[in-house]
Ligand binder design. Structure first.
Ligand code: SF4
Length: 145
């Protein structure tokens, strides 16, 4: 079975910044599990962030919370750790949570903390895409079923 990375919060792991998750419908998770070996990853936790944590956004390629504290280093580290797992497991597909400053593959928030989305990629999504890993947003996950 093909190995596929997936944002851990999409499987129900409470690793989201506010201590909750973004769990997909059980039906979708079960269908994915029938076809793929799912490898859960949370780049923010893997980069050393705690849960819960302040929400962050990307501005000019750097990561800040609303107090202006920078976390770019942690987010970069998390992306490197996720890439390591992609290589170890020979995963060529990653199912990633849209809009996240780590996992967003099409849209992220604009850095103003005003709930404005823009086209863009999270730090880990960008890292994986550069290595030719196919990114699938949870909004389009049915294309894999
Ligand atoms: S970093 Fe990715 S996996 Fe972790 S909580 Fe955020 S969206 Fe989910």
């Amino acid at each position: 079975m093909q190995n596929v990375l997936i944002s851990a919060c999409l499987l129900g792991v409470d690793c989201k910044y506010n201590g909750s998750n973004n769990k997909l419908d059980d039906e979708i998770i079960n269908s994915l599990k029938e076809k793929y070996n799912l490898i859960p990853v949370c780049p923010e936790i893997m980069g050393g962030m705690s849960t819960p944590r302040n929400p962050v956004e990307i501005k000019d390629g750097k990561v800040f919370d609303y107090d202006g504290i920078e976390y770019t280093e942690e987010f970069e580290k998390g992306s490197i750790e996720v890439l390591k797992l992609a290589n170890v497991f020979n995963a060529t597909i990653a199912i990633l949570k849209e809009n996240s400053p780590s996992c967003g593959s099409n849209y992220i928030y604009d850095g103003s903390f005003n709930h404005q989305k823009i086209q863009g990629m999270g730090i880990t999504a960008r890292k994986l895409a550069k290595e030719n890993i196919k990114l699938v947003s949870e909004e389009n996950v049915k294309i894999l079923l």
